[in-house]
Design a protein around this ligand. Structure first.
Ligand code: GCB
Length: 615
């Protein structure tokens, strides 16, 4: 079923938001019987009554790196979260609704309130919510219980396999997967309770465009739930500029859709493409019950949504923002940090955007899953262009059930992010094993479906097929994306084998598909502080040399006008599963895991500023 609702929770004169973030309790499920808690109905009573060991667990955060227990870090199966909370009496008023919303839980979540089922969700990385008023005790203490299952199998996005192996203490379960980032799990983003009136604004969909240099337009579609007897019969829309002044207002009586024409528009521009990048308006939407022809009546619901006004288009050579071709100076990133794992952390978020701007970047790809809604809002405000990737990585075994999940993931992602000016493309997959013969029909269906809901954005994806013709995905894309590790996974140590190779490889994808091309990944690992002269793999010196050789290839490619972006892998070092090819994680970052620069960060900064100012 198509996603409805899920507007980001915002307070207004008709809405309240209450955070359930904080320190919860956690019980680790039985590794050899993950569903024990369900069978024994652990949700029916306080977890402490089950007699199992409980630990404190911060929310939001991954649970893996918080304690000192290897069992919990490497746990495969379910864990149970719980906390108590109060809801005020005033929320029980008639014509009032209460919602429970999760920013994301990885991978599968089942939620109970006071022992009653409230909502469930899978795939991680995406928000979900439910109306919960009927389950709550108003003016009283309530209990919320969340079961989280981190197991990946053949039909999860991404895929994995749970293996049984013998250990010194008996049979153990191991999660195997082929992608390299650690499979962090837990309640990764904020948990909120919020209220809306009974008659409320369920959804808003926006499309923006510049009609000419002076005039912008916003096409909107509203979805309001109108409930007797509080029927709204009029919508009032007000567009505020960044100083809060109303620049356009409109009364809408059809309650569904319309267009706002914005004179003297200040368009949304990417960082360093204009002196005032990331310009955001705020669209205020009011549902009003007016009598007769009057426009002033009772305000039933108000919701305000930030909006950047810009045109986005593309052809077989380039991508255009407000009619200007854009060259993407970017990164592959991860949501990853010390202790928190993939948990949302505002200090990290703000630091990352400060670093992105310091380095002169104007884009990143949300490799390899949807990032937090808060980060999408930041990208809008700072003019950072987002290639928005769904959680499909290393897809293999192209089964119908997987296709269905993959479509659902894209549908939820697009629904969540379609109103962000910063989103310039949807990435449908990273490095699918797409040379397999089942790949073509799979990606044809997936791409057709995604195009039908793409909301004015081109489709892209990151391929690592050895030859362009072997890729079963790229023929269905608008922008070709490739990942290449010259002088790292191939010809390690040979920085004299980069310039021509990269040029020829990228060019061969252009020749095959005649579409714009982005290099979504290139790079090599460097241990911060490790130096070697002459340079050698794993040293900062080698990483610097590897990057500068790539830059030579990019400069040749850029002259051809269809090479539209370079995304170094990776913004920062990140955690991986333990392996002999990873030294305490993946060290391909330009910054360390705690966001301090390596030598390459300075080199990249020189390049990105020079590109931005065409020096
Ligand atoms: C890739 C993957 C990325 C890895 C990277 C690496 O091709 O897309 O997820 O982290 O290589 O460093 O091996």
């Amino acid at each position: 079923a198509a996603t409805v609702g899920l507007l980001y929770p915002r307070e207004s004169m008709t809405r309240e938001v209450r955070s359930l973030d904080g320190v919860w309790m956690l019980v680790k499920g039985n590794a050899s019987d993950p569903l024990q808690g369900i069978k024994e109905k652990w949700y029916a009573q306080a977890l402490r009554k089950t007699g199992h060991e409980m630990v404190h667990m911060p929310v939001p955060a991954s649970y893996n790196d918080i304690t000192v227990s290897k069992e919990l870090r490497d746990h495969v199966g379910t864990v149970w979260y719980e906390r108590d909370f109060f809801v005020p009496h005033r929320w029980s008023k008639e014509h009032q609704r209460t919602w429970l919303r999760f920013g994301s839980v990885h991978y599968l979540a089942m939620v109970w309130i006071n022992g009653q089922p409230a909502v469930k969700h899978c795939i991680g990385h995406l928000p979900f919510e439910a109306e919960v008023g009927h389950l709550l005790k108003f003016g009283n203490k309530n209990r919320i219980t969340v079961m989280v299952d981190n197991r990946l199998d053949n039909s999860t996005i991404p895929q994995g396999e749970v293996l049984e192996e013998e250990s010194d203490t008996g049979v153990v379960h191991l999660q195997s997967y082929t992608f390299d980032f650690f499979n962090y799990a837990g309640i990764h983003r904020s948990v909120q309770l919020y209220t809306t009136p009974q008659t409320y604004i369920r959804d808003i969909e926006l499309n923006t465009q510049l009609i000419n240099k002076q005039v912008g337009r916003i096409d909107y579609r509203l979805d309001a739930d109108l409930v007797e007897p509080h029927m709204a019969n009029l919508v009032l829309l007000k567009l505020h500029n960044h100083l809060g002044k109303v620049v356009v207002h409109q009364i809408n009586r059809n309650m569904r859709n319309g267009t706002l024409v914005v004179p003297n528009v200040k368009p949304w521009w990417p960082y360093l493409m204009h002196p005032e990048p990331g310009y955001m308006y705020t669209l205020e939407v009011q549902l009003i019950a007016a009598s007769g022809n009057e426009t002033d009546g009772e305000i039933l619901d108000v919701y305000s949504l930030p909006v950047g006004i810009r045109s986005l288009s593309w052809d077989n050579n380039s991508l255009y923002i407000n009619g200007m071709p854009a060259y993407l100076r970017g990164f592959g990133k991860h949501e990853d940090s010390d202790l928190r794992g993939k948990g949302l952390d505002n200090a990290l978020l703000v630091r990352d955007f400060n670093l992105l701007k310091w380095v002169g970047a104007n884009a990143y790809r949300t490799s390899h899953y949807p990032y937090s809604e808060e980060s999408m809002q930041f990208a809008d405000e700072h003019g950072i262009m987002i290639v928005d990737e769904c959680p499909s990585v290393d897809t293999d075994h192209f089964e119908p059930l997987l296709l269905e999940q993959h479509m659902t993931a894209l549908e939820q992602l697009i629904h969540r992010d379609r109103n962000h000016a910063s989103v310039i493309a949807w990435s449908i997959a990273n490095e699918p094993r797409s040379w397999n013969k089942y790949g073509a029909p799979y990606f044809k269906s997936l791409a057709n479906y995604t195009k039908s809901i793409a909301h004015g954005r081109p489709l892209t994806g990151a391929s690592n097929a050895f030859y362009p013709s072997k890729c079963m995905m790229s023929q269905f894309l608008d922008i070709i994306g490739i990942n290449r590790y010259n002088a790292w996974y191939h010809s390690a140590g040979r920085t004299d084998m980069i310039v021509n190779k990269v040029f020829e490889e990228v060019d061969s994808w252009r020749q095959e598909y005649k579409k714009p091309v982005i290099l979504f990944e290139y790079g090599g690992d460097a241990l911060a502080g490790f130096h070697m002269l002459p340079s050698s793999v794993w040293s900062e010196d080698y990483q610097v040399e590897l990057l500068s050789k790539h830059f030579q290839a990019f400069d040749k490619l850029r002259k051809l006008n269809w090479f539209i972006g370079e995304f170094v892998w990776n913004f920062a070092d990140f955690q991986t599963e333990q392996s002999t090819t990873r030294a305490g994680g993946n060290k391909k970052g330009m910054f360390t895991r705690n966001r301090q620069p390596k030598s390459t960060a300075y080199l990249l900064r020189q390049r990105y500023y020079a590109l931005a100012f065409k020096l």
